[in-house]
Design a protein around this ligand. Structure first.
Ligand code: B12
Ligand code: SF4
Length: 514
């Protein structure tokens, strides 16, 4: 039986859809994946020609699967509506957004998959193949064809033994990609020299802005923790397999577990030993300030880790009070000191979140002061808060009417359009703008393009008070930021994407160090 899977990710890195594809292929189904990549300006959607090309690829399939994030949900909705009108086969909508906002997704789709999809998709495919009913399959929500009522089947427990899963599907001969209005065969270069890799699933914390706060609740009572790991042996086997598959174009692995450093020292030791012996490619990973240790970092750097991303997110006060993220400024500075010891070999990026209506002006200033204390050099990534449906923070904002209409949640904005986010949230715009302008490489004398002395000048108490009262100069400056961001999104990013993989890999190596 033929099955088509559709990913609405903006970048063809989607591990979820690839794993769904692998389990189906393992069961003998003929699967193709179509990556419907489009810009990160989430207000953009597919045109008729793109939808018609997709329809042609779906013809002959007896089951279609699609997924989305909250941000790409409008795109998934458009595809589902179009395919429903033109194809008479079951279309199942899965992924993070369907899991978190099933009621919303049921307005468009007739079948959705809540939670992990591997076992569910196989049960569904078998039922379709055998012409059987599928209204009792766990994790599926569907409309009763007679009454129109929604059947909400219970969610099954999470997969315990992650190593039992096949590796994500990278058989690119069966993959397609939307590129400048045309859906064509997937090519190695579409991966841009990198592969995103997850070595585990879940997170034991539950920061209020993150979807994991929702997942922890979804599985409450079903298990002690949603966190599970693949064994180092499984990960290395997968990595070697991918390296063998793409010997010329693959330049590095990006390990995307939110908190890779949560893994035990024993595990990291084993992973690093195997990686060093077998892989010989650089890699990146993410870590959280509470679980970084000198021993772990030394092992990672020695094995080839060249880039690490650390989530600071907010000042200590914001983290504890607003995000319920149990992390202090002392944790951050301790980690920063360790990482700085490896500055010749390791590029460090710190992630912060701002543009948060619950953050006070003092808390933003404290965050800036914390960033000033972190040993240089490093790269600062500034993210403007998005309220993702299902997260604790979204619920809080919906209850107290910070979010009055869906647009206030900001997940449908272009993530990188700083001016739009700051204008929407309004609060503390002056300080949020300063923090946004600090984004980029940080050295002793500058934060991005901002000289350090200018930041101190802008943060003088009198100037801050004046600019928080009179927002006109900030609004004026936002116009300039808007133009810069527009040029980056419309001109620089598309131009960058069309460059040769070797250039992109080189740039990736130096970008956080210049
Ligand atoms: C790796 C990662 C990335 C990578 C790769 C993204 C990608 N397209 O693969 C990068 C860095 C590029 C990235 C970018 C972004 N990300 Co991200 N990312 C993740 C992360 C850490 C892991 C995703 C993953 O691979 N999970 C493992 C797979 C196996 O799980 P899964 O995808 O959920 O799939 C399972 C089920 O959902 C289901 N399923 C999935 N697809 C389908 C399809 C069908 C048909 C069925 C039946 C089932 C099904 O079955 C799968 C297997 O069990 C998650 C956090 C997390 N823990 O999930 C955040 C997460 C998905 N990202 C998030 C966000 C917000 C973003 C960005 C929007 C942020 C930004 N800077 O713009 C961008 C958007 C990118 C885009 N539009 O494509 C949010 C999404 C929130 C939401 N409610 O939508 C998450 C949940 C983190 C968070 N903040 O809470 N991300
Ligand atoms: S530590 Fe990261 S992944 Fe875990 S809940 Fe917090 S933000 Fe989410």
């Amino acid at each position: 039986m033929k099955i088509t899977l559709i990913s609405t990710s903006t970048f063809p890195s989607d591990q979820g859809i690839r794993t769904i594809s692998s389990v189906l292929k393992k069961e003998g189904y003929e699967v193709k994946i179509v990556f419907m990549t489009l810009s990160e300006d989430y207000s953009k959607n597919y045109n008729l020609s793109e939808l018609r090309q997709l329809l042609r690829l779906c013809k002959g399939s007896e089951l279609v699967g699609i997924n989305s994030f909250a941000s790409t949900s409008q795109r998934a909705s458009r595809i589902i509506s179009f395919l429903k009108r033109n194809l008479n086969v079951p279309i199942v909508y899965g992924g993070v957004h369907a899991t978190i906002s099933p009621e919303d997704c049921m307005k468009i789709a007739d079948i959705i998959c809540v939670g992990e999809g591997e076992e569910t998709i196989v049960d569904l495919a078998k039922a379709v193949e055998r012409g059987k009913k599928f209204d009792k399959i766990k994790n599926l929500w569907l409309k009763n064809p007679e009454t129109g009522k929604i059947i909400r089947n219970p969610v099954r427990n999470l997969i315990d033994k992650l190593d039992s899963l096949p590796l994500p599907d990278y058989d690119i001969e069966t993959h397609y990609i939307l590129d400048k209005g045309r859906i064509r065969k997937f090519q190695e270069n579409d991966l841009s020299g990198q592969i995103f890799f997850l070595t585990g699933r879940g997170c034991p914390y539950g920061c209020d802005y993150c979807s994991n706060s929702f997942f922890n609740q979804l599985y409450e009572g079903k298990r002690k923790s949603i966190l599970r790991w693949h064994s180092p042996e499984y990960i290395i086997k997968g990595i070697i397999e991918l390296k063998r598959k793409f010997p010329h174009t693959l330049k590095y692995f990006d390990i995307r577990d939110d908190t890779f450093s949560l893994r035990s020292l024993e595990d990291i030791k084993k992973f690093c030993k195997l990686y060093k012996e077998n892989v010989h490619l650089r890699f990146k990973c993410l870590a959280d300030p509470k679980t970084v240790s000198d021993e772990k970092i030394k092992l990672l750097v020695d094995a080839g880790c060249t880039d690490i991303i650390i989530g600071i997110q907010g000042s200590e006060q914001t983290n504890l009070r607003v995000y319920h993220r149990n992390q202090t400024d002392a944790d951050v500075l301790r980690t920063a000191k360790i990482l700085n010891k490896y500055k010749d070999k390791l590029a460090v990026m710190y992630d912060v979140i701002t543009c948060n209506p619950y953050e006070t002006s003092e808390e933003i200033i404290n965050l800036i002061k914390l960033l000033q204390k972190i040993p240089k050099p490093y790269y600062l990534s500034v993210n403007n808060l998005v309220f993702f449906p299902g997260s604790q923070l979204y619920r809080r904002a919906a209850n107290d009417e910070t979010i009055k209409a869906e647009k206030d949640a900001s997940y449908k904005l272009n993530y990188w359009d700083r001016a739009k986010h700051i204008r929407l949230k309004e609060k503390n715009a002056y300080l949020v703008l300063i923090l946004n302008l600090m984004r980029g490489s940080v050295t002793q004398n500058r934060f991005g393009f901002m000289p350090s002395f200018l930041i101190n000048w802008l943060l003088s108490p009198k100037r801050v008070r004046k600019n928080l009262r009179n927002t006109l100069p900030t609004k004026f400056a936002l116009k300039g930021v808007e133009i810069i961001d527009l040029i980056r999104e419309r001109v620089l990013k598309p131009a960058y994407r069309s460059l040769p993989v070797n250039f992109k890999a080189w740039y990736d190596k130096v970008r956080y160090r210049v």
